[in-house]
Each structure stands twice: as C-alpha cells, then as structure tokens.
Write a protein that binds this ligand. Structure first.
Ligand code: ZN
Length: 314
C-alpha cells in the first residue's frame, strides 16, 4: 500500500494539449507540476487527471478526445500505473501498491449537449464530470457567470444520465443555484474536487457553509485545494493556511468527507512548499501533528479511497 496522497484534481492533460509540456516524464515534462517522477517520489496513491479545454482551445468533442488520447499515450502505458475504471480495479491496484490514475472531465462544454458523447467518454474510462468551468454552457452556469442561473433543461437530464451511467458528479466551479439543483436531483453523493471554505476565504470558487453541510449530509467528498487565492488573501500563502479550511469542514461534521484536490498544473502561483506532489509528504506530516495520525491519513487518502470504492462501478 502506498503511503502518499490521493489527489482529486490536476491539469496535466491541458498542458499536454497546449504543448506547454510534451511528456509526463523526463525530457519535455519540465514545466509540469505533476510528473511521473514526482508522484513516485511522493509515493502517491492516486492522481486524478482532468480533461480541461483551455479557453484558447475550441470547445469541441474532438478536443476532448484529443485530451483523452494524451492520457492514453502518456499515462496509461506506464507499467506501474493502474488506470482505474472500477472499484475492483482500485482495490487490486491499491493492495498491489501501484500508482492509480483516474480520468475526469472538467466542463461539459465539449460534449455540446450530446449524450452519446457522454457515454463514449464513459466507455473510454472517464469517471467524474464537472458540468461547468467558470462560465455558462449548455448544461449549467459556472460560478463566474454574472446571471447566476442553475441547470438548463439539458443539464437536469445530464444529472440523471450521470447517475445512470455511474459517472460521478463534480460540483466545483458550478454556480450556487446549479449546486442546489444537482444536490436535489442526484441519487449519488457529489464531490467538490477542488474547492475550499468560503467562510474562511471569500472567493466565488469556494463553498458556503450550507453547501459544505449538504455535501457532508449526502456523504460526498470535499477536496481542499491549493490554489493560493482560494486559501487566503495574503501575498504569500503557507501550508498552515489550509488548516482553517480543514477546521471549518471538521466543525460542520465533515471528518469523513475531507480530501484534497491540488489543482496542480492549473495554477501559476503556489502555496509556499506545496508546488507539486513532492510537497504532499510534508503536508501529511503537518496534518498528523495537528489532527493525529488516523485523521491525517483519512484526509490525505482514506476518505477519498473509501468513497471511490463505494461509488465507482463494481
Ligand atoms: Zn478547476
């Protein structure tokens, strides 16, 4: 069993898509936060790779497929990486001490309202879907869309389609109205893969106490994220600045729902000492000193592992 972290979100694939990186390992990976070598050095348990189409990339299904292809070319072929599509695969890979890789989609834009495209992505192994990035699309409004609408008629269908397929729903980036509609409609608990507590740092990408309570009530997952400006208003942000966010989730009863979603490779500034997976062991140590060994292990790995073993297809 690996002792390292389970990360619910990184943007390696978008750097590969835009050519800012040309490899996941060795030469060509210099500009990546998350590389094969760094995950290995940190003894990482599982890395989620999000397909995210940067604003300069056309929001088409072929761009989505191009990103999935990059995942298949750069990450899947590595002999000690296990591409996880089912709970059984996750159990086996974790027990064998392999590095697990999960594939997700951030923003349904590229699906262009086509539910066959959604099913095709499921067949290709995508297991979590964030309906939006920051703005509106055919399914819903994102948190930065000024009108603050919720789900469209098609977006409501998308909740049902995800539930039926076994596609987890990720509510990070979703407008607050959209969040409550998803919470109302979904049969499966949701994840917020990379969001912090709004009552600690007032940013639209963070979750209100009511949203945190709702995720806890459905036994979902909250991935505390390392985006400095979601953590603190300070010029330099330290690892310890994550603690008030963790404390907030704990005070609302979320001890078994806490996880991490780094957003590595999606950010150009980092928390001091937490710029890539090699910073995770130190974070884990600090968590252990503050919360004790059992809780620290649950936050870093155990909670998310339990959730995925329960909610990934058998
Ligand atoms: Zn994001």
């Amino acid at each position: 069993m690996r002792t390292g972290a389970l990360d619910l979100h990184c943007d390696v694939l978008s750097k590969l898509l835009t050519g800012r990186a040309t490899a996941f390992s060795g030469s060509g990976s210099e500009r990546l936060d998350v590389t094969y070598e760094k995950l290995t050095a940190a003894d990482a348990c599982l890395q989620t790779f999000a397909v995210y189409l940067p604003e300069e990339t056309p929001s088409t299904f072929s761009s989505v497929l191009e990103s999935v292809d990059l995942f298949y070319r750069h990450i899947v072929p590595r002999s000690d990486v296990a591409f996880i599509r089912t709970a059984a695969q996750l159990r086996t890979a974790v027990d064998a001490g392999r590095l697990c890789a999960l594939l997700s989609l951030e923003g349904a834009d590229g699906l262009q309202g086509d539910f066959a495209a959604l099913r095709i992505l499921y067949h290709l192994g995508v297991r979590a879907l964030g309906f939006t990035w920051n703005y509106a699309n055919w399914a819903a409004d994102g948190v930065m869309e000024p009108r603050g609408a919720g789900l469209t008629r098609q977006g409501r269908k998308l909740v049902r389609a995800c539930n039926e397929l076994g596609m987890l729903i990720d509510v990070s980036h979703l407008s607050e109205k959209g969040f409550w509609e998803v919470a109302d409609l979904t049969d499966t608990p949701v994840i917020a893969s990379h969001s912090n507590a709004k009552s600690v740092c007032d940013h639209p990408r963070n979750l209100s106490d009511e949203q945190i309570r709702a995720i806890i009530a459905m036994d979902g997952l909250i991935g505390i994220t390392f985006v400095p400006w979601f953590v603190s208003r300070n010029e330099t942000v330290k690892v310890e600045d994550l603690f008030p966010h963790i404390d907030r989730v704990l005070s609302l009863g979320g001890e078994t729902c806490l996880a991490f979603g780094s957003d590595f490779d999606g950010i150009d500034r980092h928390i001091t000492g937490l710029a890539d997976p090699e910073g995770m062991p130190e974070l884990a140590e600090k968590l252990e000193r503050r919360y004790g060994r059992g809780p620290a292990e649950s936050f870093v790995r155990g909670n998310a592992l339990r959730f995925l073993l329960k909610h990934l297809p058998k």
